[in-house]
Design a protein around this ligand. Structure first.
Ligand code: AHR
Length: 515
């Protein structure tokens, strides 16, 4: 019998589950773990391609139904996800963003360039007030990344004073004149983005010297709404930033502090640039991409171990504020717009990543999938007035009960799915005690060729929930067929203390256990 722990330690060491034989699953309700922070289900909206313009912002004069320029259909869909926070304005864009361009009368805002993403014109019509209006409309909190690469500590400090002070300073008066007399509450501040790369190519030492200054002078003046500060951390497996930032934090003095360290890891599947097709692939490419996504666990282990050395009390959160699949762009889409379709494979990838974060919920407390609308592994795709919910959207929706739930260990035999020289666990599972008092179980059948039978030993009388599956390994939702991949209800009654659930190939299920 393999436990979840064994699954994580040695994915390739799992024994096979005989086809058709049920996998025994047991939830250990007596050993509750950490809170699965709702902020693990965060989103990311960068000024990139059609992520913000078109995807969120259409302007108040658009024929597309909107509220103060923000599209109503997208807001309604995101509200269903209970999005806890949205990271903005980037990404690489953040380190070239000058916030003053995005305030005041829209007609007077400068047109600037977006050199990172297609070199297109940035109209600056979506700025601070529009972003805050958007997060308030969807009921989320704001995660704002300040410009370290090409900005100054002064500019970043002014931005936070503008947004958060209730004192009648010149900047606060300007905010009021721009329509918002009340100070905004900002939950998270990113101090730069990928400062080892697009954010300034800084060595860890160079970044740490910037970090000390920015962490000192970017203040939140809204006492009712604390801001957690998140430092740039590792690129994938490179531990240079992890060591340097954590060491600096450990040796800090009274004048500065941080609350989180960021990790970025994309599921690419091969070399750079991303080559894996988003559609038209078979089980071989499916297996290769799932294998690549499971590398997240190894990365979490590596960086958490370093953080534990400097911070055994786990004060600093590991913040996976960019994750998801990065595939070959949709044929015919604009260069640099990072548009890709989203299949049932993405749904499996989403569930596996959330499960990996949840198992380390004592350290991994914030995560942001990249990105929310029309970019990379999106929740939503839009085309003029049409909208389609992706398979990844449905996973986030099914996992809502896990937000702020208490982790419960699950014992199960992960089994294996073998494709060529790739061996993957066949089954993955997490469980939690929800804020609603119910016990929730999430199951993923990774195997794209065979269903999985699960036999849960439980006091519960029945399991009720939903399962997301699809006819083919590359099934997607399109504007013409928006419900090709949509959750269906799943229900099973207990017999002699056992609940049997059948999971279709490449599927994700979430059920509540009712006693
Ligand atoms: O999400 C797209 C880009 O990926 C972000 O702008 C950057 O931070 C990362 O390299």
């Amino acid at each position: 019998m393999f436990s979840v722990r064994a699954l994580l330690i040695g994915l390739t060491a799992c024994v096979g589950v005989a086809q058709g034989e049920p996998v025994a699953v047991k939830i250990d309700a007596d050993k509750p773990g950490a809170k699965i922070d709702r902020h693990l289900f965060g989103q990311f909206a960068e000024h990139l391609g059609r992520g913000v313009y078109e995807g969120v912002w259409v302007g108040p004069d658009s024929p597309i139904p909107n509220t103060r320029g923000i599209r109503n259909d997208v807001v309604a869909a995101l509200k269903e996800l209970r999005v806890p926070n949205v990271r903005w304005p980037g990404g690489c864009f953040a380190d070239e963003y000058h916030w003053r361009n995005g305030i005041g009368p829209q007609a007077e805002r400068p047109a600037t360039l977006n050199p990172n993403w297609g070199g297109v014109i940035e109209p600056n019509t979506f700025g601070t007030h529009e972003f805050m209006d958007f997060v308030q409309q969807i009921g989320a909190e704001a995660y704002i990344s300040v410009n370290v690469g090409s900005g100054t500590p002064h500019e970043a400090a002014d931005w936070f004073e503008y947004m958060t002070t209730d004192q009648p300073t010149t900047l606060a008066k300007q905010r009021a004149a721009n329509g918002h007399p009340e100070p905004y509450g900002i939950s998270f501040m990113g101090i730069g983005n990928e400062s080892w790369g697009c954010g300034g190519s800084m060595t860890p030492e160079q970044y740490v010297s910037q970090l000390r200054i920015y962490a000192r002078y970017t203040r939140n003046y809204n006492a009712k709404h604390p801001t957690l500060k998140i430092a740039v951390g590792p690129d994938t497996a490179d531990t240079g930033y992890t060591e340097a930032v954590m060491k600096a934090w450990k040796e800090r003095n009274w004048s500065w502090d941080i609350d989180g360290l960021s990790l970025h890891y994309y599921t690419v599947g091969g070399g750079w640039p991303p080559k894996f097709d988003a559609t038209g692939f078979g089980p071989k490419e499916y297996a290769a991409l799932v294998k690549h996504t499971l590398r997240m666990n190894e990365l979490l282990n590596t960086h958490v171990a370093i953080m534990d050395r400097y911070d055994p009390e786990k004060k600093i959160a590991l913040v996976v504020d960019e994750w998801g699949s990065w595939l070959a762009p949709t044929p015919g889409s604009k260069e640099g717009f990072l548009e890709q379709q989203n299949s049932i494979r993405d749904a499996v990838i989403a569930a596996l990543n959330i499960n990996m974060f949840a198992r380390k919920a004592d350290r991994v407390r914030i995560a942001n999938i990249a990105q929310m609308v029309n970019v990379l592994q999106a929740m939503i795709l839009t085309e003029r007035d049409k909208l389609v919910l992706t398979p990844t959207y449905h996973v986030f929706h099914m996992y809502v009960p896990f937000q702020d739930a208490t982790f419960l260990p699950v014992t199960f035999d992960a089994g294996s799915y073998v494709n060529g020289d790739i061996t993957l666990p066949q089954l993955d599972a997490i469980a939690a005690k929800g804020k609603d008092g119910k016990t929730w179980l999430a199951l993923t059948n990774v195997d794209p060729s065979a269903p999985a039978q699960v036999e849960l030993t439980s006091r519960a009388k029945r399991a009720v929930g939903r399962v997301l599956s699809a006819p083919k390994v590359d099934s997607v939702n399109t504007f013409d067929a928006p419900n090709a991949v949509a959750p269906k209800s799943l229900e099973a009654k207990a017999r002699a203390g056992k609940i049997n659930l059948k999971l279709p190939p490449h599927s994700v299920a979430v059920v509540a256990l009712e006693e």
